[in-house]
Ligand binder design. Structure first.
Ligand code: ASP
Length: 360
């Protein structure tokens, strides 16, 4: 185990020793982060690992004086447009019928607004449509056929989002599927031998979440994804649900997520992370507390390993008003991209609850 892992393990135990106390104190810490932020504004952009290059573009825009929302959306558009990223936008892996369905949400801190689309088909940049839901409707979330019609009304072009590569990966799954799908027979708390899709090597998950503080100290965030590959058509993950896959409070910070959306929907993690930060936790500590919350809440045996730990992973990315940042995951391994003003972004390791051994 290297030095940084030891540090992270230490932070982990310190976090949980303090967590109960902080929560027990209720809201007494609220305002602490906002008050301290008045001293200095430190711009920052954080994203999931797939935003390494795109976060550098977002920071460039922030340095030019753009609003954080413009910067984070420009960041994820680069990944949505990339046919080689099979988890987002064009080239994203499809549902079980071979159709790409996308989820996205945005939140704009300074105006306290948000917008989202879910299960939208044939639109390459759902994050732009989510922004229009926020800016040009009195709604927050539009789904499915209605979301597609709304996008077309605003001039978005319908296009086939399957690439040759993503269609071939889907075909391979289709041709080999057995227990590797989302349809479960009746089961109970103790059932273990179903839902094996969690283990599939070709069942990729992926998403991009990007959050930023701009030069005015304003905070925004976006999450966009093609969701879980081979999902049941119409399935909506955590990405378009404000409070689950994304949350922004302009006085405190922002948080977002990638990984198993079902777990995150049940834990409403992003709003919890922002609340933990408002109580004085660092972004990394707050993300770890969200991981712990999911681990505590997961009770179905089919989702747990022989030591009672979740088999799946969920990753969190957070920033606060002071420009501090951090990421954490249930299982070790994931990294996040961050830029604090440099020309190039860097990848840093997420803190974690459990160290992944070679066999799990
Ligand atoms: N969170 C996304 C979802 O559940 C998937 C992912 O991030 O891998 O739709």
């Amino acid at each position: 185990m290297d030095g940084s892992m030891k540090r992270r393990d230490f932070i982990k135990s310190a976090t949980f020793a303090g967590a109960a106390t902080m929560l027990g104190e209720g809201l007494s810490g609220i305002g602490q982060v906002a008050a301290q932020s008045k001293t200095a504004i430190k711009p920052v952009v954080i994203s999931s690992q797939n935003g390494l290059k795109a976060t550098a573009r977002a920071m460039e825009m922030i340095k030019e004086g753009n609003d954080a929302l413009d910067a984070v959306i420009a960041c994820v558009n680069i990944v949505e447009d990339d046919p080689n990223d099979m988890s987002v936008g064009y080239g994203g892996l499809p549902n079980e019928e071979g159709v790409v369905e996308l989820d996205s949400s945005v939140m704009h801190g300074p105006t306290g607004r948000g917008g989202a689309v879910a299960a939208i088909r044939n639109i390459k940049n759902p994050s732009k449509v989510a922004r229009l839901v926020m800016e040009r409707t009195d709604h927050v979330l539009i789904v499915g056929e209605g979301a597609l019609r709304f996008a077309k009304a605003h001039g978005f072009k319908e296009e086939d989002l399957l690439t040759k590569e993503s269609r071939e990966v889907w075909l391979k799954w289709k041709e080999t599927m057995s227990t590797d799908d989302d349809w479960l027979p009746p089961h109970d708390l103790d059932s273990k031998d179903i839902g094996e899709g969690l283990k599939s090597a070709i069942r990729t998950t992926g998403t991009i979440n990007c959050n930023a503080v701009d030069l005015k100290g304003n905070i925004s965030g976006v999450t966009t994804t093609s969701g879980l590959a081979w999902k049941i058509p119409g399935r909506v993950g955590d990405s378009p649900i404000l409070g689950a896959g994304l949350y922004v409070n302009n006085e405190v910070g922002a948080a977002g997520s990638t990984g198993r959306g079902e777990a995150n929907l049940l834990a409403c993690s992003s709003v919890m992370i922002v609340e933990y930060m408002s109580q004085g936790k660092s972004p990394e500590q707050a993300c770890l507390m969200a991981c712990e919350r999911i681990a505590r809440q997961t009770k179905m045996k089919r989702l747990l390993d022989d030591q009672g730990r979740p088999k799946f992973n969920v990753n969190f990315y957070a920033i606060n008003k002071r420009g501090e940042y951090g990421g954490a995951a249930i299982w070790s391994g994931p990294r996040f991209a961050v830029n604090t003003g440099e020309v190039e972004s860097r990848l840093e390791s997420c803190a974690y609850l459990y160290k992944r051994e070679a066999r799990n």
